[in-house]
Design a protein around this ligand. Sequence first.
Ligand code: AKG
Ligand code: FE2
Length: 231
Amino acid sequence: MTVRATLRGRRFAVLDDFLDGAALEEVRRTMAASAFSAAESPLLTGQDGALRSRGTVVRGAAADLGAAGDPAAYGLVRSAVAAEPELFGRPGEDWDRVGFTFWNYPVGSGLAWHGDAGGGRRGSYVLFLHEEWRASWGGELMVLDEEEADTGTVELQVRESGSSPVAIVPRPNRLVLLRAGTPHRINRVDPTAALVRCSLTGFAMKRPDGAGADARDRFRELVGALKGASE
Ligand SMILES: O=C(O)CCC(=O)C(=O)O
Ligand SMILES: [Fe+2]
């Protein structure tokens, strides 16, 4: 199956049938072997909350410079991000690393309106990995295709906007690319959903400038490595 670009906005793009069968199976195996813990975020809106895989993997911009043992999906996602300079800017210059985290959203969980602006983030991607998703199971990724306002809350912006959010159904093997600073949320997963909403997500980011920021970054990496080793 070949990748199909099925929907494109000003600030987002949707690619379907993103991975071939072998790559999809491989990244699902990586997800199944990952340790998950409850995600704590003020954005989570569910009673049950979401789970995220421990120890986010971070890789550089070049798709062919992954670590040995990385699923092929990681390189393919980086290529897809690099192929969208209008959404993410220039690879290696505007962003130089991409994170990879698996997420599970069980029945009742969701994510509140937010924009993901700041922190050197240029954009994000979401790849849906569950085996099946019915249109009535909820969990849609809602996107308001406009720039996040610098005043007020994102929730207020969406409420007052003259346009309406687009509902992106979490179809398996669908990749969504989203420019940072675009209001979005995850609708709660419906009580009738038979499966957990599973995704691989991450940000394309630029390392912050300045020695202080560099030192902070190195410190975070060190803490991350120590935490990873103890988990
Ligand atoms: O899983 C999704 O559809 C989007 C996730 C998201 O917006 C985030 O983690 O910031
Ligand atoms: Fe987000």
